[in-house]
Design a protein around this ligand. Structure first.
Ligand SMILES: C[S@@+](CC[C@H](N)C(=O)[O-])C[C@H]1O[C@@H](n2cnc3c(N)ncnc32)[C@H](O)[C@@H]1O
Length: 281
């Protein structure tokens, strides 16, 4: 008998999109591989943090045994295939059409930084009017630069900043809560700082739904508070069975005097919940 995954588990929410890959894994094998990679990745970060190098190298070996980041990305690409739910950047495109109407013929392309890019052929990359810079920890294509977003040099002028930063199923890849807070804060440094509000810039954020609907430490209200303290205003939201999508407008002036820190605080007690958390220092 086919076993259904509990709707509240983090493995339940898996990526959408792109072209159908040639070699295919079953949905179950795809989910198992993604879940196991996430667990090992987290355990590895924990071992390193605790200075347990022996345990860290044991986990590294395990990760390599199951194909490493490459296999995880392959499973994610399959998860993104049209057959398994579609491309999250389609939602981004639809929202941008109403939020940034300057995407008319003749206007300069909107600059997009896609963090965690798996393919240069998704909807945002193939739509006219967008210039997409793609990065990933491990590029699978010559048009994607191998780069850690956390180490990408911070731009000093708006000319080098972006109209849109996309973090689609990337924040949940970061193994620890402080690292997630740091990643969210860092997005603001890549968005426009000196441009009038009507030409605002945006963060597209996609997470597995259970990160917000079934976590002990994070819900939509708390994420909203974190985002507001960083200078973001929510403009769009979509919740599906598996994923939650947001578009946040960045309004730099809003941060003046409103910066707060957020620790690991229980917002939803319950034994069957997950531990997804964002800590903002
Ligand atoms: C599940 S895939 C998501 C792919 C795609 N964006 C999507 O929506 O399906 C997560 C990707 O994020 C990448 N990633 C995670 N942290 C990153 C970082 N700090 N900098 C760049 N890429 C990162 C991983 O290498 C992985 O390929």
């Amino acid at each position: 008998m086919k076993r259904k995954r509990a709707p509240g588990s983090l493995a339940h929410g898996r990526p959408p999109h792109i072209n159908k890959p040639t070699a295919t894994l079953s949905s179950k094998a795809t989910r198992t591989l993604i879940r196991s990679h996430h667990q090992l990745h987290k355990a590895h970060a924990k071992a390193l943090k605790e200075g347990d190098n022996l345990e860290a190298s044991r986990i590294e070996e395990q990760i390599e045994k199951q194909g490493g980041l490459k296999s995880y990305q392959h499973a994610s690409i399959i998860g993104q295939s049209v057959a398994r739910g579609g491309d999250s950047s389609k939602t981004l495109l639809a929202w941008l059409k109403s939020e940034l109407p300057q995407t008319s013929p003749g206007s300069p392309p909107l600059r997009v930084l896609e963090v965690g890019a798996l393919s240069p052929n998704n909807a945002i990359s193939t739509a006219p009017g967008y210039a997409v810079t793609r990065i990933d920890l491990n590029s699978q294509h010559p048009d994607i630069k191998t780069q850690d977003f956390m180490e990408r040099p911070v731009p000093l002028f708006d000319e080098k900043r972006f109209d849109i930063v996309s973090l689609s199923l990337v924040l949940n890849y970061v193994p620890d809560a402080e690292g997630r807070g740091d990643m969210l804060r860092r997005t603001t440094e890549f968005l426009l700082q000196d441009t009038p509000e009507k030409e605002s810039s945006f963060l597209f954020l996609v997470l597995p739904a259970p990160c917000l609907t079934n976590s002990r430490y994070l819900d939509e209200k708390r994420l909203g508070e974190i985002m507001i303290s960083l200078g973001y205003m929510r403009t769009n939201r979509k919740l599906t069975e598996k994923l939650i999508y947001y578009l946040w407008k960045y309004v730099p002036d809003r941060t003046k005097g409103s910066r707060r820190s957020f620790s690991k605080t229980e917002v939803n007690p319950g034994r069957s919940r997950n531990n997804f958390c964002v800590v903002l220092r």
